[in-house]
Design a protein around this ligand. Sequence first.
Ligand code: SF4
Length: 350
Amino acid sequence: MYEALLYEKLSGSRVRCHVCQWECVIQPGKLGVCRMRRNDDGILHILNYALVSSAAVDPIEKKPLFHFYPGTQVFSLGGWGCNFRCKHCQNWEISWCEPEESGRGSQYITPQEAILLTQRYGCRGISWTYNEPIIWLEYTLDSAKLAQAQNLYTVYVTNGYITAEALDTIGPYLDAWRVDFKGFSDALYRDLAKVPRWRGILEMAKRAKEKWDIHVEVVTNVIPTMNDDEEQLTGIATWIRDNLGELTPWHVTRFYPHHYLRHLPPTPISTLEKAAALGRQAGLRFVYLGNVPGHEGENTRCYSCDQLVIHRLGYHTQLSGLKDAHCASCNADLNIRTAPQGQLATRHPL
Ligand code: SF4
């Protein structure tokens, strides 16, 4: 049993958790909203340390991250629990359930073992994904410190609903912040994710970039009738431009009917193309279509000279016009993080 890192003791053996923006006040014997932190007589314990629900070697493009070590493989780990209850969640068996309820087993993988596996599989870095990584902050923190010492990159695939205190704890050890902006209104976040306040998500993305120099990419899953209106899409794009910069990649991805949103149709390609056009009109230089394999909108072109820089077909990536994170043709800054030649990880024997 592990004691939580960021919490405060209150009167009557209550505690307040400081990991995510719920800042749950938890009565003795009770759990927080994520169901992975329990108050045992005034001590906040975490129930999910090193309990892995899913592990895989993925292309980094699958996160999706298009401007971060393109073409590399990342060791991806998922745990248990979430602080959101998104109606279209594809991973609700691990996000909403405890291991016993889900019927899926857990593997116990220590941070040391996770780093060894990352190296043995020839991955360039490690990501915490599939469920919300904030929920196992302590485990990801211990792992990220080890990863950094081994020159491996670290990635959070997150809903971004973290406190400043938690971000400042993991920030020094994190290289990429792949964050969802699910919409741009109180009503959308309340309805889709069941969270009452959402603007802190924006502020934490900005803090990740400005304070910790973490590479940020934003994803919006465009859902018919929920967040496909011009006001929200333009609102997101404009906010990114003004606060994260025009070179920040924005992925507008195709929704497929799932879970409580099975009654809605898949996103028409024309809607995604409209969203991308709105992003470009707002001044964003890199807007990508997602979940549409083979679409031209998956490729990276230089905004300055229109040179094709990275060609993508599904998860096959071909770097054709990149020179040290700049356009090989005109030398424009493309905001791409990559390793200098010769510094990519080599595969270790299993
Ligand atoms: S991580 Fe968030 S949801 Fe879980 S107990 Fe802490 S504040 Fe509540």
